[in-house]
Design a protein around this ligand. Structure first.
Ligand code: ATP
Length: 236
């Protein structure tokens, strides 16, 4: 298995708030790796560490074999992400958001235009693409952000609760896009509170509780919800 991203013995604290403790995690090419945990467990913070958006206090975060926080632009081109509301610019249209993301991730103008139109079709947002993101419903803005994350066909996708505002049709479309991405070899790190969705999709599951990795679960194993609650109650 090819390692795309990993953290080792990673610790991180916001001022006066310790969040991550001694975290080890590896994300493999071609795998959907789900991160599950209660509200405030540290999932978003861990994703930011994986992406090199914060500097660990202890331990390491590695992206494509390079230290994540100082990885060169070449590495950044291979990454796509969706982290809540940070992922779209309200003043730009849906199409402009996707194009801007594609350019930022290294596509030339022609390739970015093509990738933008392909992503608009893939995510079924033709009707929304011409509108400013700030004017879109939360779900449609989320679909624009997803199209922007996928457009340049990254080798690593980091998606923080990507289905949170999506309708059932959009969830099905996203599931298809995730599978297509892994079939071309991409690695996906995704957080979700929907354990049925995780059980259905994930190849690997990491449980984080109070900033510590509590377990790695087998999606093919017994009832994921039961496994999750047993772990969380045992850790309390
Ligand atoms: P949720 O499921 O609710 O989205 P999460 O597992 O993604 O939660 P994080 O967002 O990583 O959790 O938050 C972990 C902890 O870090 C929480 O206690 C949170 O209050 C704290 N935290 C997050 N961002 C900041 C920040 N910018 N400054 C200070 N503390 C923060």
């Amino acid at each position: 298995m090819t390692t795309v991203a990993s953290v080792a013995k990673l610790g991180f604290a916001y001022p006066a708030t310790p969040v991550l403790h001694d975290v080890d995690m590896t994300v493999h090419a071609g795998h959907i790796h789900a991160l599950i945990g209660l509200n405030g467990a540290g999932k978003t913070t861990l994703m930011r560490a994986v992406l090199g958006m914060l500097t660990p206090d202890t331990g390491t975060a590695t992206l494509f074999g390079q230290p994540a926080a100082t990885a060169p632009a070449l590495v950044w081109k291979r990454v796509g992400y969706l982290l809540g509301t940070e992922s779209t610019y309200g003043e730009l249209t849906g199409r402009e958001n996707i194009y801007a993301a594609a350019r930022l991730h290294g596509l030339d103008r022609h390739a970015a235009r093509q990738a933008t139109e392909a992503a608009i079709t893939e995510f079924g947002i033709e009707a929304e693409a011409g509108k400013r993101a700030a004017r879109l419903s939360m779900g449609n803005r989320q679909r624009v952000a997803l199209a922007a994350a996928f457009a340049h066909r990254p080798d690593l996708l980091v998606l923080d609760e990507p289905t949170i505002a999506l309708d059932p049709l959009a969830v099905v479309a996203l599931r298809r896009s995730l599978r297509d991405a892994t079939h071309r070899g991409a690695a996906i790190l995704v957080s979700s509170h929907h354990l049925d969705e995780v059980a259905r999709l994930a190849d690997d599951i990491t449980v984080i509780h109070r900033g510590r990795i509590t377990a790695t679960l087998d999606p093919g194993g017994t009832d994921l919800e039961k496994q999750f609650f047993d772990l969380v109650y045992a850790a309390e």
